[in-house]
Design a protein around this ligand. Sequence first.
Ligand SMILES: Cc1cc2nc3c(=O)[nH]c(=O)nc-3n(C[C@H](O)[C@H](O)[C@H](O)COP(=O)(O)OP(=O)(O)OC[C@H]3O[C@@H](n4cnc5c(N)ncnc54)[C@H](O)[C@@H]3O)c2cc1C
Length: 379
Amino acid sequence: MVNLAVVCPVMTGARDVAIVGAGLLGLAAARVLTARGRDVVVLEQAHIGHAGAGSKGSCRIFRLGYPDPGYVAAARRAGELWRDLEAESGRQLRWPTPQLTFGPGVGDVQRALQAAGAPGELLPAAAVAARFPAVRVGGPALLEPESAVLAADLTLEVVAARAGEIRTGVRVLGLADDGRQVTLHTAAGPLTARTAIVTAGPWSRGLFAPLGVSVPTTPTLEQVGYLTPIATGQGSGPGGTPIFICHDDQAPYGLPVPGSPLYKIGIHTSGRGTDPDAQDQSPDRELLGRLSRVAARLLPGYDPEPTATERCVYDNTPDEDFIVDRIGNVVIGCGTSGHGFKFGPLLGEWLADLATGATHLPDPRLRGRFAVGRFASRA
Ligand SMILES: Cc1cc2nc3c(=O)[nH]c(=O)nc-3n(C[C@H](O)[C@H](O)[C@H](O)COP(=O)(O)OP(=O)(O)OC[C@H]3O[C@@H](n4cnc5c(N)ncnc54)[C@H](O)[C@@H]3O)c2cc1C
């Protein structure tokens, strides 16, 4: 079917905001702008939550614990927005779940939580073993009481329901900003908007290169595994197993899957580089072996061989800080480096603010830090 609005943009005139990409960031920005009465259209090359998108999958970790007070404060604000989203939609998106944070980097996380006035209790090894036998920490751990498991698929559905017009199967091939408005070129014809927001994950880099804007992100194809409890009623399973993050040089993490006995594990930034348009979604045997070894070491209540695996793309910046900025009439939100989901509603607000005239992010600690130009100034 021919989409007249795309073929004949003159019929509709310029939109207020056109958003490229219906991952969590694009949808969250669209939801905020729609609530503010803006005329918004989201263009998505595939469909929401498709196999190649970074936002797909069952669940994500929400945590306050970062080794940096600026991120802790941002996560607290995001937590308030998650609660608002749940209240507004009437759907449970967060499953409050205690988190154990351990490993050599835990002191930095504890200090940042304290500096930001956020809760976190350092438990000695014996207390960890007694209270959380499902994770074999073997040492002290920071208990993060405000962590939660986020229902990722359901979040996309809930946010998309109030995100204005979403056109799927429409790939933006290029952008042109003439200083007055932005033209987005698609196979079906051009579309114009006063402002564009590019939240195209690892595809963002390619859209900015012809505009002379360097976005030095590199995609990696990660792999997570789903573990099955060996037996129920022995402290294993979602009821008894906390979230964990180990801050060592491997950085393994795990979380219970909401509404399921399965436990999801991963190793942060362990995947190889990939072309986002040619992702090989088949299981990686070497990564599978690493996941099994993490499970055997840390999770005694689970079969260490994952019953299922899933590939998912990270959109990495060199410093793992996000890119949230505005260049002319084009706003950019990408480079979430495998930790952007928890900030989704907050990033949506920031992107919407930038699209409607704000010149910088509200938190002074994070301003220059998320600028796209920070990499050029370091070179
Ligand atoms: C395995 C894994 C585990 C993770 N765990 C956590 C976690 O526990 N906690 C956490 O906070 N975060 C986590 N993350 C990170 C989080 O999921 C991502 O940061 C976030 O979902 C990225 O969202 P996005 O909207 O930027 O990108 P995406 O979801 O990738 O969305 C980009 C969209 O843009 C579309 N697009 C691209 N180019 C075009 C174009 N030219 N035209 C039209 N559409 C286009 C794409 O099709 C895609 O749908 C994890 C990520 C992975 C992969």
